[in-house]
Design a protein around this ligand. Structure first.
Ligand code: PHE
Length: 347
């Protein structure tokens, strides 16, 4: 009779050393044993069959034990109260015995309050949107190369036009909705004035200044005779109120398909005012790039049934995380989405 003991110890060893022990039960060596049964003389087949079945049961038992052992390792308890490896530069730790509001929520409330006082309404964005709002309504026709500048996350599902849905990569996805929703203000001689502070998503490489999930505040203002001067004055007023100090701003030409002209807006560093070469906030440059803005493109107004020969407007999009990081000297954007108590307790 064939000796199965050597094979048994071999397979038991395999089971005890693999992370996928059940695959051993499907091993060819075991299958070979079964295929040998019909080749034996008939009087030996019964005994041999029983032997093979017994071996299979023992292996099965060993697999169950090994699986239990593996799952025990996975279930090792995590100490959620253990100190965490976050290291914010904020010097003082405020003991928080009760829960506190997340710093992003606290700051969004302050930002919204400033704009409310300037006559802006607050709107929410959404976490899944369509290509019309992400691109077409913003004057990026199909195939426009600037579509690739936004590292968008897309769903596998498609909408009724056969287009994938998008996790919005900027709050500008709300421009068309705001323009349409408040279009009737214009007929009444009132302005369209709204902000959208909300979450956006980009598929980027992460580092201390880049996070896949972050916040932007979109601003939209439309009325008669709106100029770049109005845009700059509004942003400067907002930033001075937010940082509670006089600031200089620098406006450089830029390109966005949905504004014309477009600008990049930088702020004199509220910390070192350009006086400290080693300043972590502005890298010693004295300026911090903060937002994109411009006068709303004619096509964007037209797509919301607003006559560009009668009305003009401005829009801006500002990274909220960066605003907060500058205010509180937070050195790594990833703290904000980390949910680390060590960090959150400081606010
Ligand atoms: N949506 C642009 C961005 O995220 C910023 C922007 C908003 C520019 C509004 C102009 C007008 O890069």
């Amino acid at each position: 009779m064939i000796d199965t003991s050597k094979l048994k110890s071999e397979l038991l060893l395999e089971i005890s050393s693999t992370d996928a022990p059940r695959t051993v039960l499907r091993s060819d060596k075991l299958k070979d044993l079964y295929s040998q049964i019909p080749t034996l003389p008939p009087e030996q087949r019964g005994d041999f069959g029983r032997l093979v079945n017994q071996l299979k049961n023992e292996l099965e038992q060993a697999v169950v034990e090994r699986e239990a052992e593996l799952s025990k390792v996975e279930l090792e308890p995590i100490d959620v109260t253990a100190p965490m490896d976050v290291n914010s530069n904020r010097p003082e730790m405020i003991a928080a015995t009760d829960g506190s509001q997340h710093p992003l929520s606290q700051e969004i409330t302050k930002i919204a309050d400033i704009f409310n006082r300037m006559g802006y309404l607050v709107e929410e964005s959404r976490e899944v949107d369509d290509q019309f709002h992400m691109f077409e309504s913003l004057n990026f026709p199909k195939g426009h190369p600037a579509r690739d500048d936004y590292d968008t996350f897309m769903t596998e599902e498609v909408d009724e036009n056969g287009d994938r849905l998008i996790a919005p990569a900027h709050t500008s996805t709300m421009q068309n909705r705001i323009l349409k929703k408040y279009r009737s203000n214009l007929d009444k001689g009132e302005a369209i004035a709204a902000i959208v502070p909300d979450r956006v998503f980009r598929n980027e490489d992460l580092d201390s200044r880049h996070e896949h999930t972050f916040y932007q505040i979109e601003g939209v203002y439309v009325a008669k005779n709106v100029t770049v001067g109005n845009l700059i004055a509004t942003l400067k007023e907002f930033l001075q109120e937010y940082y509670q100090q006089d600031l200089d701003v620098r406006v450089n030409p830029f390109y966005f398909p949905f504004t014309e002209p477009s600008f990049e807006f930088a702020l004199s560093c509220p910390f070192c005012k350009g006086q400290d070469d080693s300043c972590k906030v502005c890298s010693g440059e004295g300026w911090v790039e903060l937002l994109g803005c411009g006068l709303i493109h004619l096509n964007v107004l037209k797509m919301a049934d607003i006559d560009p020969s009668e009305y003009t407007g401005f829009a801006f999009g500002c990274g909220i995380d960066r605003l907060i990081m500058m205010k509180h000297q937070i050195e790594d954007i990833r703290h904000l989405e980390s949910a680390k108590l060590d960090f959150l307790k400081q606010f």
